[in-house]
Design a protein around this ligand. Structure first.
Ligand code: FES
Ligand SMILES: [Fe+2]
Length: 467
C-alpha cells in the first residue's frame, strides 16, 4: 500500500491495489457499460483558495451569480401528486411555490405577492390549493399563476390584472425529481447534465423510488465544505474505520462528466487496501456495514468457497427481490451492492445504488455563510402495484442531536453521518484560523472537489443576474 507507482504525469497515479474495475470485472452478474467505464480528467494541482468558505462576500456573490443560474432539486414529484398540490422550496433569500397545475404541468412561482411583496405561502410548508391568496390584503392567484382577484380594483386602474401573472422559474422533471432554474436563458436540464450523465440518471430509474425517510439538520460549516466532505472515500480509513474492513476506499473510482456532474464508485464487500493482509473474506462478511445495515439482520452467511463480495451481492439480490416483489436477476452485482455517488451541481448528491439508496441536498444557511442545511432522504423502490406511498415528512434535528436519534434511521448509518458531520465545524474553524490560505487536494481521490469548485468559479466569473 505504501509503494508509490512511479509516474511522470500528474493525475496518472492510482492506488496500487486492485482497481474498482478489476473488482467489478470478477462479479458474477456483470455490470453495464456506464458502470464499466472511467471518465477521470486531471484538472491541475493548485490549492483551492480558502476565502470561498469563510468570506461572507463570497456567499453573497454565489446568491447573485450561481444560484440564479443553476438547476436545483426543489422537491420530488411525489410531494405534489395531485393538481393543486404545492411545496415551498427555499434557497437562501429565494423562495418558490412548486405547484402541480396539470398531470404533466408543474410550475415554480416566485413566492411573493405582486402587491406589496408578502410571501404567498410560508417557508417549509406544503398542501393543496385552489388559489394562492395573499394573507395581507387578499390579492389572489389561480393555481395556473393567472391573477384571480385584486381587492378594491377601483383603486388600481393602473394595474392590468390580465398581465398580473405570478413570475415563474423554469421547471423540468427527471428521475422523479422536480428541478428548477431561475435563469430563463439557462441550458435545458439535459444540456446542463450532458449526454453521458443524463444516460446514467435515466438508467437508475429513480422515478420508481419514493422518500421513505427524510432527515434535516443544520451543519455549522459552509455548504461547499459540507458537500465536499462526501465527495471522496479518502477519509474513510480515518473517519469511518469501522466500515473500512468491507469497503474499497483508496481504490475507489472517480469520474467527471462535463461541468456539473461527477461520481465515485466505492466497491463494497472488499477489504480496504489500507488493511491488506489483516482480515480474511469471512471477516469482511462478518463486519460488513452498509448504509442501511438493518436489512442484514438475521442474515449471517458463511463465505465457503465464494468471496464475501459475491455472498453479499447474492444475499442483497434475494432480499430486495423478496421485499419489493420484483425480479432483479438482470441488475448487476455492482449496482446491487456498491456505493455509487453523484454530485449534480450545485445542491444535489445522489446515491442511486440499491443497497444505499439516498439523495442528499445541501443549501446554504440564508443567515450565515458558515452554516448549511443538510438533508438526507432515503429513496426506496415504490411498490410495483397499488398506491404510491406518500413521502416521509422531514425530521428536523437540532445541531447537537445525533443522526441516530432520527426515528427510522439505521443506528450504524446514523453513526457514519455523525462521523462525517462532526469534522465539519473543526474544518470551518480551522480554515478561519489557518496561516495557509488554500486547501491542498489529491490529484485523483479529491478530483470531485476540484471539479465542483471549478463549476463554482465558472458561475462566479459571470456578472450578477437578477431573477
Ligand atoms: S401584500 Fe399581498 S395583497 Fe397586499
Ligand atoms: Fe464519510
Amino acid at each position: 500500500m505504501n509503494k508509490i507507482t512511479p509516474t511522470s504525469t500528474p493525475g496518472e497515479a492510482r492506488c496500487p491495489a486492485q482497481s474498482t474495475q478489476d473488482i467489478i470485472a470478477k462479479d458474477k452478474v456483470g455490470a453495464p457499460d456506464w458502470v464499466r467505464s472511467e471518465s477521470y480528467e486531471y484538472m491541475g494541482s493548485e490549492d483551492i483558495p480558502t476565502e470561498r468558505y469563510i468570506d461572507p462576500a463570497y456567499a453573497k456573490a454565489e446568491y447573485e451569480r450561481l444560484w440564479t443560474r443553476t438547476w436545483q432539486f426543489a422537491c420530488r414529484e411525489e410531494h405534489i401528486p395531485e393538481v393543486g398540490d404545492y411545496h415551498v422550496y427555499d434557497l437562501g433569500p429565494y423562495s418558490f411555490i412548486i405547484t402541480r397545475v396539470g398531470e404533466n404541468d408543474i410550475r415554480a412561482y416566485f413566492n411573493a405577492c405582486l402587491h406589496r411583496g408578502t410571501k404567498l405561502r410560508a417557508s417549509n410548508t406544503e398542501g393543496r390549493a385552489s388559489e394562492f391568496q395573499c394573507s395581507f390584503h387578499g390579492w389572489s392567484w389561480n393555481i395556473d399563476g393567472t391573477n384571480k382577484s385584486i381587492t378594491c380594483p377601483w383603486d388600481f386602474p393602473h394595474v392590468d390584472a390580465a398581465k398580473l401573472n405570478l413570475p415563474e422559474a423554469r421547471v423540468e422533471t427527471l428521475g422523479g425529481f422536480v428541478w428548477i432554474n431561475m435563469d430563463k436563458d439557462a441550458p435545458t436540464l439535459a444540456e446542463y447534465l450532458g449526454p453521458e450523465a443524463l444516460a446514467h440518471m435515466t438508467a437508475w430509474k429513480l422515478e420508481n423510488r419514493y422518500i421513505a425517510l427524510h432527515v434535516q439538520k443544520r451543519i455549522p460549516a459552509n455548504w461547499k465544505l459540507t458537500i465536499e466532505a462526501f465527495q471522496e472515500a479518502y477519509h474513510v480509513i480515518i473517519t469511518h474505520p469501522q466500515v473500512a474492513v468491507s469497503n474499497a476506499d483508496a481504490n475507489s473510482q472517480y469520474d467527471v462528466y462535463g461541468e456539473h456532474v461527477d461520481r465515485f464508485i466505492s466497491p463494497l464487500g472488499v477489504l480496504s487496501p489500507h488493511l491488506e493482509g489483516k482480515y480474511n473474506e469471512q471477516d469482511i462478511l462478518d463486519q460488513f456495514t452498509v448504509g442501511d445495515a438493518g436489512v442484514l439482520e438475521g442474515n449471517r452467511l458463511e463465505v465457503g468457497n465464494s468471496t464475501a463480495r459475491q455472498v453479499m451481492a447474492d444475499m442483497f439480490r434475494g432480499m430486495f427481490e423478496k421485499s419489493a416483489n420484483t425480479d432483479l436477476s438482470d441488475v448487476s452485482d455492482s449496482e446491487m451492492l456498491d456505493c455509487f455517488s453523484y454530485t449534480i451541481f450545485p445542491n444535489t448528491f445522489l446515491f442511486p445504488g440499491i443497497s444505499l439508496p439516498m439523495v442528499y441536498r445541501f443549501r446554504p444557511d440564508p443567515k450565515d455563510h458558515r452554516g448549511c442545511i443538510y438533508e438526507v432522504m432515503f429513496l426506496r423502490p415504490a411498490p410495483k402495484d397499488g398506491e404510491r406511498p406518500t413521502p416521509a415528512e422531514p425530521i428536523i434535528l437540532e445541531q447537537d442531536q445525533s443522526f441516530k436519534e432520527a426515528e427510522g434511521m439505521d443506528p450504524g448509518f446514523g453513526a457514519i453521518l455523525d462521523q462525517d458531520t462532526d469534522n465539519l465545524f473543526l474544518q470551518q474553524e480551522g480554515l478561519e484560523a489557518s496561516a495557509k490560505h488554500g486547501l491542498t487536494l489529491g490529484n485523483y481521490q479529491e478530483i470531485r472537489i476540484r471539479h465542483f469548485e471549478k463549476a463554482v468559479d465558472k458561475y462566479l466569473a459571470m456578472p450578477p443576474k437578477k431573477p
